[in-house]
Write a new protein. Structure first.
Length: 113
C-alpha cells in the first residue's frame, strides 16, 4: 500500500474499540466502499476480518498483561469493540484455539514462573 492507502489502517487502529466500526463507517470518511475493499483485498484481507484480527490481538495482549489481571474479561472485550461475550469467546477460540479465560490462566502461569 502507498502512504495514502496506509491511512485507512492507521485510522482503523485508533478506533478499534468502537463497536460500530465497520466497512460502511470507514467508507463514510471520504473513501468509497469499493476502494476500501480493494485496498484490503490487495493485502489478502477483508476489512471486517482485519478489524476482527486486530481486536483479538489487542484483547489477547490485555489478557496477558499482569497489570490487567483484575479487569473482567468482558470489560477487556468491550474495550476493543466486542459487545457480545459469547461472540468474543468463540472468536478467540477460533483464532487461538483457547477460550479467553484459559488463555489468561496460562498467561498468568507463565508470568509467575
Amino acid at each position: 500500500m502507498t502512504g495514502d492507502e496506509l491511512e485507512a489502517p492507521r485510522a482503523l487502529r485508533l478506533t478499534l474499540g468502537d463497536p460500530h466500526l465497520n466497512p460502511d463507517a470507514i467508507a463514510a470518511h471520504h473513501i468509497s466502499l469499493r476502494y476500501l475493499h480493494k485496498l484490503f483485498q490487495q493485502e489478502g484481507h477483508t476489512v471486517a476480518g482485519w478489524i476482527r484480527e486486530r481486536r483479538l490481538e489487542q484483547c489477547r495482549r490485555d489478557l496477558a498483561n499482569p497489570q490487567l489481571a483484575t479487569r473482567l474479561i468482558n470489560a477487556i472485550a468491550a474495550r476493543w469493540g466486542f459487545t457480545n461475550a459469547g461472540h468474543f469467546s468463540q472468536a478467540s477460540r477460533n483464532a487461538y484455539g483457547l477460550p479467553p479465560r484459559q488463555f489468561r490462566e496460562q498467561s498468568a502461569t507463565v508470568h509467575s514462573d
